[in-house]
Design a protein around this ligand. Structure first.
Ligand code: AMP
Length: 507
């Protein structure tokens, strides 16, 4: 049989074709340091073509280039110009430490850096372009090019590194095909159901998992796109929603907690239709408040390795909204038992959530081991209801997610145990209304030693290694810490004990 029948590359060029041919007058709004930029898809496409020439002129067409930038139109232009020429745009997390930026830029082999002017990264000897008015003039002065290759769909388009709180960050490359299919899948009516009549504002950063692919998805369908720019605060977000009539806002639960608090404090309305939230479980209180304000919540689950959103819950039943929801098209799930056996979807069996699909990472950048063939292990512990809705209940990964950012419990434990008066320590995350999770430490003192909470926190500060928000909210002194049969700290049991202690306010 001829396998080339209907041979068509699902690539960024195909999305770009729609932008130029179908939605010329649709708008993109971008909040920048210089003010609000307002232009049409046509203006945007012309800038992309000129930027492509700029990349060629600078000898970086078809190469990997790094961006360290907020959600703006300049960043969006790179999202297209770089992959259209067969290069990979490596989005670097602006919150990375300089040494992490060095590491990821080197691992990726980037040939140039594009960054916002408030980014403090000076280590590199690579050509560096700062997003400012001069940059705009340089790009505008280029010829528009129409010379784009038809890039193979399996080639990389965008790269992103995991947060790397345990060990080094790991590189994930999203291919043209995965970006295309994921963006299309998000548009499905039972997924996010975004259409050309929507105005979408991705508050999730474009420097991590391409703002959950919302920029690609929105432009693919001709939605008006509002980019909230550098460090947007609740006040900025509400202002943009009102001024540009945003219908769909996308961000982590902490963003929406701040927005709801602001709206209540200032006694203003929130004329949004839909909030898409994920990255951590949103508190039901938040979903209820949004409902009172007339806003529907879509709860999404995903991870760097699944190109962000992979399951969505749009239930009208608030009590079921803590579930992470149903897999979107081209994404499959299963529940794995301890022996690698598949567990039933009965809403009771508990196992590791595993996944496969068109936008699930097969292997990390520079990983020499064999590619995973069957299932990708998410490290999340879940149940699956008979109807296919996922409920994440715990995490195998030794990490705590606070305000959408990772804290390494192992790093904290090792640091606490390096204190001379401490025998043993375990750090776990406990549920927190505002931050999702916060770290709490259980500590066993060395025999005959007297030590208090303040002393340990001061010791951690003196190490100069941890940001303030990493420090445990509470240190509880215990006689011993439960262990598993193999002698490892039994964090599952610790979390359970802690949960009941907290409920009974026993400490
Ligand atoms: P990251 O790769 O940094 O985006 O983190 C992915 C991890 O965040 C997942 O494996 C989960 O542990 C957690 N996560 C993401 N979305 C949710 C959600 N809706 N509910 C609970 N945990 C979530």
């Amino acid at each position: 049989m001829d396998s080339t029948i209907m041979d068509y590359n699902l690539n960024i060029r195909s999305i770009f074709w729609r932008i130029e041919k179908l939605y010329k007058d649709r708008e993109i709004i971008s909040r920048t340091y210089e003010g609000i930029v307002h232009y049409t898809y046509s203006d945007f496409a012309l800038r992309v073509r000129k930027l492509a020439t700029f990349l060629k002129t600078n000898g970086i067409a078809g190469e990997a280039v790094a961006s360290i930038a907020w959600n703006t139109h300049r960043h969006l232009e790179l999202y297209f110009a770089v992959p259209l020429l067969g290069g990979v745009l490596h989005t670097v997390n602006v919150r990375f430490h300089e040494s992490e930026m060095d590491y990821v830029i080197k691992s990726m082999g980037d040939k140039a850096i594009f960054m916002d002017k408030d980014i403090n990264y000076k280590n590199s000897t690579l050509p560096t372009f700062i997003f400012d008015e001069r940059y705009d003039e340089d790009v505008n002065s280029q010829e528009s090019t129409s010379d784009f290759p038809d890039v193979d769909e399996r080639q990389g388009a965008i790269a992103c590194f995991t947060s790397g709180t345990t060990g080094k960050p790991k590189g994930v490359i999203y291919s043209h095909r995965s970006v295309f299919i994921h963006s299309l899948s998000l548009l499905a009516a039972d997924a996010l159901g975004i259409s050309s009549s929507d105005t979408v504002m991705p508050i999730v950063p474009m420097f991590h998992i391409s703002a959950w692919d919302l920029p690609f998805s929105s432009l693919m369908t001709g939605a008006k796109l509002v980019l909230p720019g550098p460090r947007p605060k609740a006040e900025d977000i509400v202002k943009l929603i009102k001024e540009f009539k945003v219908t769909v806002g996308v961000g982590a639960p902490t963003v929406w907690i701040d927005v709801v608090n602001y709206v209540e404090r200032e006694n203003v309305d929130l004329p949004l239709k839909v909030v898409v939230t994920g990255g951590a479980e949103p508190p039901l209180g938040l979903i209820k408040k949004l409902k009172e304000l007339g806003v529907k919540t879509y709860h999404a689950w995903g991870m760097t390795e699944t190109e962000a959103i992979a399951t969505v819950n749009k239930s009208d039943n608030i009590e079921r909204m803590s579930e992470q929801g149903y897999p979107i098209p081209a994404f499959e799930i299963a529940l794995m038992g301890p022996e690698g056996n598949e567990l039933p979807w009965d809403g009771k069996s508990t196992g590791e959530l595993v996944a496969r699909g068109a936008f699930v990472t097969k292997k990390y950048l520079n990983d020499k081991s064999d590619a995973q063939t069957k299932w990708f292990r998410t490290g999340d512990v879940a149940r699956i209801n008979p109807d296919g809705s996922v409920k994440v209940i715990d995490r195998l990964k030794d990490l705590i997610k606070s305000g959408g950012e990772w804290i390494s419990s192992v790093d904290l434990e090792n640091a606490i145990m390096s204190y001379e008066k401490v025998l043993e320590a375990v750090v776990v995350g406990v549920k927190d209304e505002r931050w999702g999770e916060r770290p709490i430490a259980l500590v066993v003192k060395k025999p005959g030693m007297d030590v208090n909470e303040y002393e340990i926190i001061e010791y951690l500060k003196s190490l100069n290694r941890f940001p303030k928000w990493w420090l445990p909210d509470k240190i509880i002194f215990v006689d011993s810490i439960p262990k598993t049969s193999t002698g490892k700290l039994d964090k599952k049991l610790v979390r359970e004990q802690l949960r009941s202690m907290l409920e009974e306010k026993k400490y």
